[in-house]
Design a binder for this molecule. Structure first.
Ligand code: NAD
Length: 417
């Protein structure tokens, strides 16, 4: 990972690129490039040995013109204010491009969660939930899981919020466990949208995902589910990786078995009869489809000329720097943007919230069918914009669709004197 590009500057550049196709007021576009507010706070919590530790945390509420702020909470040592701002902006455009009635937010705590016990993480998470309480709520701001957080952390945040508010409000957070008000299909939703995005893209190119070779960088929630579902659609996964490195087998890797290996050993390394390879080798492997599913800036302008995939479907948020994007566009590589390709997570979060508000539980079949409808309709909308505005790539087209929707909502609300 290059780490060179500032993700917030990348976001602003992406908005500018798309705004050039729209006749929107410059002041409105400036608004769409900056968060409405950012909470920066310090969380003090007790370690198991009785000592106190203080860590930095953020929550950015980027834009609420289309509905409550929505976005995950990440636990990672690389979390910064700018990263959280960027991620919260991407959420605005992600919700808009799939037409989910939410704005965008994002949060993070600057820790390596592997340094802490479960009880320490619970105290820390509850401390964050206490700080967040005045600014979140079922109709205000609805957090969700992100890197290194999951159902466990979401259940703690829900319980802390409900206890302090003396109410039941399962819709205050999504990505919960099923018995705590979670939705069927939520855990798989991000990877499912990535797989559907890949299928739709090859269909659009008058081709098929069947038989296509696939490399997946990052084998967590998003990457491992995408790999398994792409395999179900007929793709052949030949390389996968995580932060410890990657594995390669030209004859194909059983995506679910590799995940089971990672669950047992903590890494994909050493899986089956695969050969080891570095993350850089994986990203430049001669495959039909590359799925970056780790973190931001995985592919920069130095690496982009060496990428050999024909199609890149972004499961991670911001895996390409804008410079890399430009190189790949020039080279004719089809890049399917993150704000669409990983939008399954927020879409099923929205379904979870709808179920919570209705106090009604949908079947997994219903969730997956509704998700497939949202993703295929959104893809058609992006392709329409790509063709009618003659945008250089699908990313700019996706931003054009999304920004138009946010600008419309802002203008329809009107201005206060
Ligand atoms: P996760 O923690 O479950 O998995 C991340 C994976 O990436 C792990 O396997 C980790 O080992 C690997 N990784 C980390 N650094 C790496 C590196 N330098 N090279 C290769 N692999 C590396 O996280 P996740 O939920 O799967 O999220 C991954 C990406 O998808 C993030 O960008 C996240 O924002 C995005 N995303 C996730 C969701 C969701 O619902 N989980 C939704 C939308 C977007």
């Amino acid at each position: 990972m290059s780490g060179e590009a500032n993700p917030f500057e990348s976001l602003q550049e992406q908005v500018d690129d798309a705004a050039a196709y729209l006749d929107a007021d410059a002041g409105v576009i400036e608004r769409l490039k900056n968060p409405e507010r950012v909470l920066e706070t310090n969380l003090t919590f007790e370690r198991d040995d009785g000592s106190l530790e203080t860590v930095r945390a953020y929550r950015s509420q980027f834009n609420g013109d289309r509905g409550p702020y929505k976005g995950g909470i990440r636990y990672h040592p690389g979390v910064t204010r700018d990263e959280v701002k960027a991620l919260s902006g991407w959420m605005v455009y992600k919700c808009a491009v799939v037409d989910v009635p939410y704005g965008g937010g994002k949060g993070g705590i600057v820790i390596d969660p592997t340094d802490y016990s479960e009880s320490e993480l619970e105290r820390l998470t509850r401390s964050f939930a206490k700080e967040l309480r005045p600014m979140i709520g079922e109709d205000i701001d609805i957090p969700a899981p992100d890197v290194n957080t999951g159902q466990r952390e979401m259940n703690w945040i829900k319980d802390t919020y409900e206890t302090l508010e003396n109410t039941t409000a399962p819709g205050v957070i999504t990505g919960k466990a099923l018995d705590s008000g979670g939705s069927e299909g939520r855990v798989e939703a991000t990877g499912r949208s990535t797989a559907l995005a890949a299928r739709e893209t090859f269909d659009w190119l008058d081709d098929s995902i069947e038989g296509k070779t696939v490399a997946v960088q990052g084998y967590g929630n998003a990457g491992s589910v995408a790999a398994a579902l792409i395999e179900d659609l007929g793709g052949r996964v030949v390389a996968v990786s995580d932060s410890s490195g990657g594995v390669h087998d030209p004859d194909g890797i059983d995506a679910r078995d590799a995940k089971a290996h990672k669950q047992t050993t903590g890494t994909v390394s050493g899986y089956g009869s695969t050969e080891p390879l570095t993350n850089e080798e994986l990203l430049t492997l001669d495959v039909d489809l590359l799925v970056p599913a780790a973190l931001e800036n995985a592919i920069d302008a130095d690496l982009a000329p060496d990428v050999r995939a024909d199609v890149i479907v972004e499961a991670a948020n911001g895996p390409l720097t804008p410079d890399a994007d430009a190189v790949l566009t020039d080279r004719g590589v089809r890049v399917v943007p993150d704000i669409f390709a990983n939008a399954g997570g927020v879409t099923v979060s929205y379904f979870e919230w709808v179920q919570n508000r209705q106090r009604f539980h949908w079947t997994e079949t219903r969730v997956n069918e509704e998700l497939e409808r949202v993703i295929t309709e959104a893809f058609d909308g992006i392709v329409d914009a790509h063709e009618s505005y003659d945008t250089p790539n699908l990313r700019t087209a996706a931003y054009v669709v999304a920004i138009e929707r946010v600008v419309d909502a802002y203008e329809q609300a009107g201005n206060w004197p």
